[in-house]
Design a binder for this molecule. Structure first.
Ligand code: CA
Length: 238
């Protein structure tokens, strides 16, 4: 009996891309399921319970965001959107609809595999993550979030964040490695009635970066996904 292998569903109607993904994933010892339609994706998810879905936003029969909404009605399975569309609004909408991450075509295989590992790890350690969020610590390259003391340290020195700045960094730290949309941040931190004005976030982020980044113009802790949101550097593994 071997170790249980993660099953990944490729929902993609472009045969060349699908083949490429399959080869790549099989080489990494993932089990691979395939479909070329949205209806197929929904059917395979309910019948075969894959561990993760790579979803092309442009499938022939259903709108990508509609597929995500349907999936999210009954499962929290990680969804990584693979999008050929250059339209950032589509990606942001997919993420707000419940997708976990996105990759724009063409993408590099190293990046794709890293995103898959991150998404799989987060599902497996959700309970643990909640624990970290409440009691623990996030640490990467000299940046530490102390969730008990509500403080952020850079190389051991208190960064002196304001309460709102702390909340932004703490939230991004909980989802380290994954993109968090502006809309999600605004909703989670300022409530559902908040408008979609990202200006408040940009102002806070500029101040946060001045306090935590050695070079705010080339961030190493919090990256901007232009037009979409922010991504915190992945936590170090111990
Ligand atoms: Ca397509």
């Amino acid at each position: 009996m071997g170790v249980k292998r993660d099953k990944i569903l490729i929902a993609e109607d472009d045969a060349a891309i699908s083949r490429l993904l399959k080869t790549l994933l099989k080489a990494q010892n993932y089990d691979v399921l395939e479909t070329t339609t949205g209806e197929g994706a929904l059917a395979v998810i309910s019948s075969h319970c894959p561990d993760l879905v790579l979803l092309d936003l442009g499938l022939p029969d259903m709108d990508g965001t509609q597929i995500i909404r349907s999936i999210r009605k009954w499962t929290k399975i990680p969804i990584i959107v693979v999008s050929a569309r250059s339209d950032e609004e589509d990606k942001a909408m997919a993420l707000d609809m419940g997708a976990d991450d996105y990759l724009a075509k063409p993408f590099g295989s190293i990046e794709l595999l890293a995103r898959i590992r991150t998404a799989l790890r987060h599902t497996r350690t959700t309970a643990e993550d909640e624990g970290i969020a409440l009691h623990g610590r996030y640490e990467v390259n000299g940046l530490a979030i102390d969730y008990k003391k509500y403080r952020v340290y850079v190389d051991g020195r208190d960064a002196g964040l304001t309460p709102n700045e702390y909340r932004i960094v703490a939230y991004l730290g909980r989802f380290a490695g994954r993109v968090v949309t502006y809309k999600t941040l605004l909703r989670e931190l300022w409530g559902p009635q908040t408008g979609s004005d990202n200006k408040i976030l940009r102002v806070h982020m500029a101040s946060i970066r001045r306090k935590i980044e050695p070079n705010p113009d080339e961030p190493r802790y919090i990256f901007t996904e232009t037009g979409i949101g922010y991504r915190m550097a992945e936590e170090e593994e111990y």
